[in-house]
Ligand binder design. Structure first.
Ligand SMILES: [Zn+2]
Ligand SMILES: [Zn+2]
Length: 199
């Protein structure tokens, strides 16, 4: 099913676990909901029982999650990761792909190693760090919305926390594996705009 056929208006953000739920045409369930055999049936043949997730870095924009080849980072965050990574001579700065092959050439903060096992361990460490980061950011963004109920519509989440280049640069900078170089004008301007915009 192409992304265009997803009814984004039908998705909600679970303010407890941070997953997206509901949705249409298929019902997506978050980590708090039971996974019955009936429900799982509709996801047969797909690597992951869901269509959509929030970006692992900015936690604002969405990513499609159907296959093990799907990206964890949204298009804008991947752009930032690529531009910064290339500046430092890598293909990308952060491992924003679900599959390790997608992350070849990402910056490894650990000592470089030629051993596959060492490289995989470094990738796993980074992946865990990204997961922890996502959880921390999610909790910060979700906090002011929790009083209203256990979930909020995805549209409401994005009204409150709009995805943008500035938001992605800011998330990248705070994540802090490598700084966004000062002379990367197109990214830096977005960041200044973002930080000076009233909130
Ligand atoms: Zn949940
Ligand atoms: Zn993002």
């Amino acid at each position: 099913m192409p992304f265009e056929e997803l009814d984004l208006a039908a998705f909600a953000v679970c303010l407890t676990c941070g997953d997206l739920r509901d949705g249409a045409p298929r019902e997506q369930r978050c980590g708090c909901q039971p996974r019955t055999a009936d429900w799982e049936q509709q996801w047969q043949g797909q690597d992951i029982a869901g269509d959509l997730d929030l970006c692992v870095l900015c936690v604002r924009d969405t990513v499609t999650t159907r296959t093990r080849w799907s990206w964890l980072g949204c298009e804008t965050c991947r752009h930032v990761s690529q531009v910064v990574g290339e500046r430092y001579g890598h293909r990308s700065a952060l491992p924003l792909g679900r599959h390790s092959i997608m992350n070849g050439g990402a910056i490894q903060p650990a000592a470089p190693t030629t051993e596959v096992v060492g490289a995989l361990m470094a990738a796993t460490r980074q992946w865990n760090a990204l997961r922890e980061w996502r959880e921390a950011v999610f909790n910060r963004l979700a906090e002011p919305l929790r009083a209203a109920g256990p979930t909020v519509p995805l549209a409401e989440w994005q009204r409150r926390w709009p995805p943008s280049l500035g938001a992605s640069v800011d998330a990248f900078d705070r994540y802090g594996v490598v700084p966004v170089p000062a002379d990367l004008g197109s990214l830096r301007q977005a960041q200044i705009r973002f930080r000076s915009s009233p909130r």
